[in-house]
Design a protein around this ligand. Structure first.
Ligand code: HEC
Ligand code: HEC
Ligand code: HEC
Ligand code: HEC
Length: 121
């Protein structure tokens, strides 16, 4: 799963560069990210659109859940949200994503139903 997600991110970056003809700013990450999403289907996340509305720290944090600070190294969620994490509610990337994504959508608007995020392709 790790490899396939990496591949999607790389593709998203190249796709964005090919379409716009410019490279995205190195530290902002990809404009869009396609998560494989398992059997439920692909989740297309418009990173750029969310960045325009929200602070980086709404989604990214540092080691030990420390606050996001400008310029810090941003790691993939699965680097920490994996089976080695003691908190069983957050010990898979899916759990971290669902809590983060759906949590905000419930409060601020945005999709909360499975099929609004997961699309079978
Ligand atoms: C609404 C949530 C959200 C916001 C806001 C957000 N990001 Fe992200 N970002 C993500 C998610 C989700 C990923 C994909 C993480 C993964 O693949 O595990 C990501 C990936 C990245 C990556 C690539 C990491 C990697 O190794 O693949 C970078 C760099 C990044 N973001 C930078 C930023 C910066 C800088 C900001 C603020 C300007 C920001 N992000 C705002 C959710 C967000
Ligand atoms: C460097 C390690 C690390 C990375 C990378 C990381 N997290 Fe976390 N995260 C943690 C730790 C540690 C906690 C606290 C766990 C606990 O409560 O036991 C946490 C807590 C959370 C929580 C619950 C608390 C809250 O803020 O609501 C969510 C949701 C979450 N992370 C989502 C994410 C997402 C989404 C990503 C990727 C964009 C991410 N995390 C990347 C370490 C990390
Ligand atoms: C901090 C709040 C917040 C977080 C975290 C967040 N979102 Fe959103 N998202 C929103 C809001 C608000 C909207 C509605 C935007 C609008 O209608 O203009 C939205 C809209 C969307 C949409 C619909 C886009 C469209 O064009 O209709 C998708 C898909 C989406 N989010 C996916 C995600 C995913 C996947 C994650 C987690 C990786 C995530 N979001 C995390 C706030 C958030
Ligand atoms: C706000 C968007 C959003 C909504 C709503 C949502 N998901 Fe997800 N889901 C995600 C993201 C992002 C991932 C991470 C995908 C990945 O790691 O490939 C994910 C991952 C998953 C995975 C794990 C895929 C894997 O193989 O790791 C399953 C299963 C899943 N979701 C089921 C559901 C179900 C069932 C619902 C409805 C009750 C739902 N999701 C609603 C965004 C969403």
């Amino acid at each position: 799963m790790r490899r396939s997600r990496f591949a999607s991110v790389v593709c998203a970056v190249f796709f964005a560069m090919a379409v716009s003809g410019i490279a995205c700013a190195a530290d902002s990450g990809p404009e869009t990210i396609e998560f494989p999403g398992g059997k439920k289907g692909v989740v297309t996340f418009n990173h750029k659109q969310h960045q325009e509305k929200f602070k980086c720290g709404e989604c990214h944090h540092g080691p030990g859940h420390s606050d996001y600070t400008e310029g810090m190294e941003i790691k993939k969620c699965e680097e920490c949200h994996n089976k080695e994490m003691a908190n069983k509610k957050l010990n898979k990337p899916m759990k971290a994503f669902h809590k983060n994504c759906k949590g905000c959508h419930k409060e601020q608007g945005g999709p909360t139903k499975c099929k609004e995020c997961h699309v079978k392709k």
